[in-house]
Each structure stands twice: as C-alpha cells, then as structure tokens.
Design a protein around this ligand. Structure first.
Ligand code: PEP
Ligand code: MN
Length: 374
C-alpha cells in the first residue's frame, strides 16, 4: 500500500511519523517514507510493506495530511504505475529534468580512448547545444583480451573536458561497486564540473549486489539497460532492487535482445516495448539504437538503420536516446563500426527532434479524439 501525502509534507515531518506509527502497529508491517520527484511536483510517499493484504485503508485516509491511499499490485511495488497513481516518477539532476514527459539525446563515446578524441566529441556537442553525453571508462567485454576501458585513469581528463564544454551529465557504466567511489572521488577532485549517470549494462542486469549498491546511494541517477536474454518482467524486477534499496532516480533503457533472429542487426530491436514500460512503470524510458543495430547500414532512402530504429523508439514515446558517436571510428577501441561520425551529429539530432515533435503531435491528436484519455 502507498500513502501519498499532501503537497509540502516532507518525509521527516510529524504527519509522516504519525502515519508510520499507525502502520507499524499492525503485525509484520514496515513503513518507509520516500521523497518522490513527480512530473509536476515533489511529494512524499509512505510505502507500507509486509503483511498489507488485510490492512484497512480508511484509518490512513482520515489523516488530514494524507492525499490518497493506493493499494499496489504485487508486481513492481516501487517503480510500478498503480491504479490511481497518475504521477510519473521523475527527477532533476544537474538542472536537467527526466520524466516520462521529457526528452533528451545522449550522443557520445562508447569507450573513452584518448583525451584528443574526448575533446573533439565534447566540443562538437557544445557547438550543437547538447549538455548530455555518454563516455565509457569501465567496459565489460566478451573477450578478456579486448580493451577493458581506461578505468579511473581517464576520469580526471574526462571530467575536466566535460566542464570545459558545458557537459552536465555523462552516462558511464559501472561494473563493480568500487567504481562508484572512484567516480565520486574523481568528481570531487575535479571540483564537480559535471555529473554522472551510473549505467548498469545488459550483462549486469541481474547482478543483484551491484543493483543494491547503485540503489543505496542517491547522489547519481541510474541508467538501467534491459537484460538482453531475460524477460521484460525480470528486467523490471531488477529495477525494483535499485528502487527498494533507496534510489528511484532510474531510467529504463531498451537496447535490443540477443538472438540470431535479429540478424543482420547485432540484436533484435525491442523498441516496441517503449509504451509497455511507460504503462507498467513510472520510469522515463531510453532507447539505445547503436547497441541494438550494431552497424552503419542505410536503407535505400539513405537513412541509416540506426536512425530508423531511433525513430521507432521516439515515435512511441521514448524519453531519452543513448547513441554512439566517434570523431575517428577507425581509432575506437570498442564498437567503432556502429559509431556515427561527428559530421553526422547535427543531422542525427535534427532528424530525432523531428520525430519527437511528431510524437507530441500524435499525443495532441489522441487528446482531440478522446478528450478524457490521460
Ligand atoms: C554500452 O552501452 O556501452 C554497453 C556495453 O551496452 P550494453 O550493456 O547494452 O551492451
Ligand atoms: Mn558499446
């Protein structure tokens, strides 16, 4: 059960303490107050966990500071969109807002290779007014002989260059809990010129200890990449681990499923699940066309498959696009063949924003035909 408190009631307020005291009088019920950044306001939700099936709603509804009481489904207790719970989870990080209403493009390096290439990438982003990027320092690779990322040694120049070019957020994969501390220390040493969104890669989608570790900190939001060989339900449950550990600032990323049925693409594109994740959860949804398609082939219309699948995700309501670029793909130490060129960046952004506008128009059309639909 979730008790939604009225506006301006903070988790540490006496009104919330009163709700918690009442809840914990019932046997085997635990209460946990969380501050939720909704799409339009910040609100406090008190989660009642444990033996809540027979818990009555009325005593909680009678508190003047309670806005409403929501009985939650068994599935996705923390990230789920429950009956009567219209407010989507969102958050603001480094001045940039993420929710199911917003839209951002994160073009960047799959893996950081050199300060020169990082500089070229970030400079190109600044020229086009983009403040969000990706840059891998810790790379999980199929073969132990492949480049594993420069690790913490590249963080000082990556953060310094991000500051120089006004980059506010870098999506950066972590493969081990200890790397969170390395990122935190490097950001502090650099004077916090930028921020980091911790990426959980598809291979770690069920690394429960890592999920708990990113959930136990609130400093960095989490970009969770769907497991490539597990069900959607299993991936959503993985996000529950992050949220129940204490961090609801999660973005769910679709990146394709591993099966030969997707050939000649690297993975089978799964962006048809964008509306499904938006319906089942309150999380913003990201698509990664680069790791889904894995190559730079174009259709007869001249448009790259990577752009066509980006459009499929965005026209269906995706809130974020994570995409590989490289100034010199032949020098890339990881995923060069799928990286777009900096010369293609302006066109990619314009094409993607055109599709986003079309999605916004689709929503308006939907509202015209059905004014009561939410
Ligand atoms: C990546 O984004 O660099 C990456 C390794 O992605 P995934 O975990 O989806 O394979
Ligand atoms: Mn990659």
């Amino acid at each position: 059960m979730i008790i939604v408190m009225k506006a301006d009631i903070l988790p540490e307020s006496p009104e919330v303490a009163q709700v918690i005291r009442l809840a914990e009088r019932y046997p085997n019920v635990k209460a946990d107050a969380r501050k939720i950044q909704g799409a339009t306001r910040v609100l406090t939700e008190v989660y009642l966990l444990g033996s809540t099936a027979t818990l009555p709603q009325e005593p909680f509804e009678e508190f003047p500071a309670v806005e409403k009481v929501i009985r939650i489904r068994e599935r996705y207790r923390s990230i789920g969109r429950h009956e009567g719970q219209v407010e989507a989870i969102g958050f603001t990080y480094r001045g940039i807002r993420f929710s199911q209403e917003d839209f951002h493009i994160f073009p960047g390096l799959c893996a950081v290779d050199s300060p020169e290439n990082t500089d070229s990438m970030f400079r190109a982003l600044q020229t086009l007014g983009i403040r969000t990027t990706r840059a891998g320092a810790y790379k999980p690779r199929t073969s132990p002989y492949d480049f594993q990322g420069h690790g913490k040694t590249c963080l000082p120049y990556v953060f310094e260059l991000a500051g120089k070019y006004g980059i506010q957020i870098i999506a950066m994969e972590v493969t081990h809990e200890g790397q969170i501390g390395e990122i935190r220390d490097a950001l502090a040493t650099a004077g916090h010129p930028t921020g980091v969104m911790l990426q959980i890669g598809t291979r770690n989608a069920q690394n429960f200890e890592l999920l708990k570790a990113v959930g136990q900190q609130q400093e960095f939001p989490v970009l969770f990449k769907r497991g490539m060989g597990i069900t959607l339900d299993e991936s959503l449950n993985a996000c529950e681990y992050v949220a129940t550990a204490g961090n609801s600032n999660i973005i769910f990323c679709l990146r394709g499923m591993k099966t030969q049925l997707g050939e000649p693409h690297r993975n089978l594109v799964d962006f048809g699940h964008v509306p499904v994740v938006r319906r089942l959860t309150r999380l913003p949804v990201c698509v990664d066309p680069s790791h889904a398609v894995g190559k730079k082939a174009a259709a007869p219309d001249g448009i790259l498959d990577i752009q066509h699948v980006t459009a499929q995700g965005v026209i269906a309501g995706a809130n974020m696009v994570l995409v590989d670029f490289h100034p010199r793909p032949e020098q890339a130490l990881c995923d060069g063949p799928q990286a777009l060129l900096l010369e293609e960046l302006a066109y990619f952004i314009q094409d993607t924003e055109l599709v986003r506008r079309a999605y916004v128009e689709r929503c308006k059309l939907r509202a015209e035909f059905s004014p009561t639909a939410s």
